[in-house]
Design a binder for this molecule. Structure first.
Ligand code: BEZ
Ligand code: MG
Length: 768
């Protein structure tokens, strides 16, 4: 809403009729989200009512919608006789609320393997914009909505495709995150959007707080003493007590104090130096000096060259002249200038004025500062070079690290690995994770005479030096759309391995594919399908929606939803067929699962997609193996050389550096309403990991409860800023205890229940 307020203000200055703009972001939010909502029993202010008769008469695809969602007006955004258009008009501008996919009201729909039609409300909404409000343009505001993910072809849409039917010839502009080229490309392809990029929040080191900084002090003290100083014994007792208090004691080596202390020092260092996003970005707002200093320092560190000293960086940030011909310093000067002059609102106006929005590279500011200035139309890049030579080399290294971690954690060399591949991580790293998959299978890209990637070839076993690992790869719908050639290349790799004349002990793909072919009477080609994704025009595993709705009772529902949605195999010719039982069979012998993490901004507990995909496949694999948990890893590529963590370690790290870290949550709470929503999302996504993997430690829920609910002042603060999100967060903590993900003591549980009642009264009070 701060961004929206800034946009309206700027539009007014440019001569657009925006009526009377509410005094501040909060008043704007109130006008849009509250307004007359309670009078209508709606989720937000009702701008218009579309009578069902009118909808039935005018909806050209009524039969298709009714086949999916029942008779008009359906169940979403309606009072039973009319469909709501939610939003608020200011002058010529309608700030409208896009309806959801519709799953929210009907979780059973999540099992559908393909998408079929938007809801009545969704179709009526866009018809209203086109024909009744007769908008000159639509500006979709922020990453991302549902329009471009509606059913239809992946590219080259026709009038039988829903995004095309909905947006028609309405100019579509989209304020979009500069770090998300993959989903941004979907918006461009499937909804003819002109993107206007915005910056993600500044990045900062997590730092230590409360008990963590006290422990660090004690560790420092311990270190300052000589090994045989008698004081060490006492300090060691204090250290273990402090570690215990912080739930850090469990994994401590018990053999000797020196070893344990070293372990803790390393852990403290990791917590302190982990990068986290700080606060939220507001469209058009430049970074302040402190934020720029931190960003420039990180950009300089990410660069291979010698970073300028702190004094020079300080001068750069303060725009003081420096004598230098150092290329990195000169670049930092440019970046600093660009960060002081945010052009996002200019970009929006340029688009609305019907002028040309400049194209721009995309990525993370730290690694791709060329994405500045934001306010431009981001693009991806040449898929023929994915994976490039660097990614291939690095991919092989990263894959070995994953294997090493698995073995170090007590596993044996895996025969089968489940890997989740997304578009974003591959676009940003020129195919790093794709190269990892190839490397595990003992394959590499095959290049044509123009040096373009055109398929896969096997690395001879002598050169590989280990067995070919069987890799089952599930691609996001976005990967499938953006990198079809790479999907076929991966399929070719598993095919070539399956037909290679090699011993089973050196080739697990061949071993498993032949066993499957024999058992099921299919040919080796089919038995070696290892690349899976959604059915055409469908995205996501829907496990996130299922868990988000709390409407599941049995783990099997999670597994079934996943395999139903992701059970489509892509072959080496790019052809897709439904192969759910093959997928289940392969998952039945998966030894471990993992996914790469590509951006600092989005951790595995920030968005619900990670547990949707990696959590979903882990649950399916576990169910296919009598419910036994399988090891899950995150290959964190966001800092330095990269680091592989178990999922449990990753969730703990994010909990400590983000959710429980005052630096993180105070940064969020500066943005009030939206900040509370982000905190709630962390809690909900954490529960998503418990539901899909069971690999979240109980202390996580206890500490979250203590920080956000049991602390009276904090609980009141959150409730004042955003009662609905606060209620959802408390509800999640209770749900987590009911599902036995943690066992709060009676006092904690009482406190949660009374907070829940307090919030519900408050929300009902508003509604009444
Ligand atoms: C992708 O880039 O493939 C992706 C992005 C966000 C959520 C899920 C997948
Ligand atoms: Mg998404």
């Amino acid at each position: 809403f701060e961004s929206l307020h800034a946009t309206l203000t700027r539009m007014q200055a440019e001569g657009y009729d925006v009526g009377i703009i509410p005094g501040d972001a909060e008043a704007l939010r109130d006008a849009v989200l509250t307004g007359n909502a309670e009078m209508h029993g709606a989720l937000a202010n009702v701008h218009a009512l579309i009578p069902t008769d009118d909808h039935v008469r005018r909806e050209p695809h009524l039969a298709e919608i009714e086949a999916q969602w029942g008779a008009a007006p359906g169940r979403e955004f309606t009072n039973g006789s009319s469909i709501f258009v939610l939003g608020k008009q200011f002058g010529n501008v309608l700030i409208a609320v896009q309806p959801g996919f519709g799953y929210e009201g009907d979780p059973m729909r999540l099992l559908f393997e393909k998408g079929f039609a938007p809801t009545h409300a969704f179709s009526a909404f866009y018809r209203y914009l086109r024909e009744d409000f007769a908008a000159d343009a639509v500006l979709h505001f922020g990453t991302h909505g549902a329009l471009e993910f509606m059913p239809g072809k992946q590219v080259g849409l026709s009038d039988a495709c829903w995004p095309e039917r909905l947006i028609g010839d309405l100019p579509n502009m989209y304020l979009y995150a500069a770090n998300n080229p993959s989903e941004g490309t979907i918006a461009k392809r499937r909804s003819t959007a002109t993107l206007v990029s915005y910056l993600t929040p500044p990045v900062t080191q997590a730092g230590l707080y409360k008990g963590l900084s006290e422990l660090k002090d004690t560790l420092d003290q311990w270190r300052s003493l000589s090994p045989n100083d008698p004081e060490r014994a006492g300090l060691y007792e204090l250290i273990t007590a402090q570690a215990e208090q912080l739930d850090l004691a469990e994994s401590l080596p018990v053999d000797d104090a020196e070893h344990a202390v070293q372990h803790l020092i390393t852990a403290m260092h990791e917590l302190e130096s982990t990068l986290i996003p700080h606060g939220l970005h507001v469209a058009g707002q430049p970074m302040n000096e402190a934020e720029r200093l931190e960003m420039l320092t990180l950009i300089a560190e990410a660069d291979d060259a010698d970073a300028p000293d702190p004094a020079t960086l300080d001068k750069i940030v303060h725009n003081m002249p420096i004598e230098t011909d150092d290329a990195l310093a000169l670049r930092l000067i440019t970046i600093n200038a660009q960060l002081q002059n945010n052009e996002e609102l200019d970009g929006i106006i340029t688009a609305l004025d019907g002028r040309f929005v400049q194209p721009s590279p995309s990525g993370d500011l730290m690694r791709t500062p060329e994405m500045l200035p934001t306010g431009r139309n981001i693009h991806g890049f040449d898929p023929f070079s994915i994976p490039n030579a660097f990614a291939s080399k690095d991919g092989a290294r990263q894959a070995e690290k994953v294997l090493a971690k698995h073995i170090q954690t007590g596993g044996s060399v895996p025969e089968t690995i489940a890997m989740v591949l997304w578009g974003t991580d591959n676009l940003k790293s020129a195919g790093g994770p794709i190269a990892q998959a190839l490397s595990l299978m003992g394959a590499r890209p095959r290049l044509d005479s123009y040096n373009r990637v055109c398929g896969a070839e096997l690395i001879p076993l002598e050169e590989l030096g280990r067995a070919r690992i069987d890799v089952v790869m599930t691609l996001s719908g976005i990967f499938r759309d953006l990198l079809p050639m790479q999907a076929s290349m991966l399929a070719e790799a598993s095919y070539l391995a399956a037909i290679a004349d090699e011993p089973d002990t050196q080739n697990f793909i061949r071993k498993h594919a032949r066993a499957y072919a024999d058992a099921h009477g299919v040919d080796i080609e089919e038995a070696a399908y290892r690349v899976f994704s959604n059915g055409e025009g469908a995205y996501g595993a829907n496990v996130n929606y299922l868990i988000g709705s709390s409407a599941w009772t049995d783990d099997q529902e999670i597994g079934d939803t996943y395999t139903n949605r992701k059970g489509f195999a892509i072959n080496r010719k790019g052809k897709t067929t439904k192969q759910e039982s093959l997928l289940k069979d392969v998952l039945g012998h998966v030894d471990m699962a993992y996914q790469s993490l590509d951006s600092v901004e989005l951790g595995v507990t920030t968005i619900d997609h990670y547990f949707d995909t990696l959590g979903g496949i882990s649950k399916s694999a576990s169910l296919a193996q009598n419910g036994d948990d399988i090891p899950i890893y995150i290959s964190d590529q966001t800092q330095g050389e990269g680091k592989v963590r178990s999922l449990e370690e990753q969730v703990s790290l994010e909990t400590r550096t983000r959710s429980l870290n005052p630096k993180w949550f105070e940064g969020m709470l500066e943005h009030g309403y939206e900040g509370v929503r982000q905190i709630e999302a962390q809690v909900s996504n954490t529960m998503g990991w418990s539901a899909t993997t069971g690999q979240v430690q109980p202390w996580v829920y206890q500490e979250l409860s203590e920080t956000f609910v049991l602390d009276d002042a904090m609980r009141k603060r959150l409730a004042d800023l955003n009662p609905a999100s606060s209620a959802r967060m408390v509800g999640r903590l209770i749900e987590a205890s009911e599902r036995d993900y943690w066992q709060p003591d009676a006092e904690t549980l009482d406190a949660l229940h009374s907070a829940n009642e307090e919030l519900e009264d408050r929300i009902e009070g508003v509604e009444a």
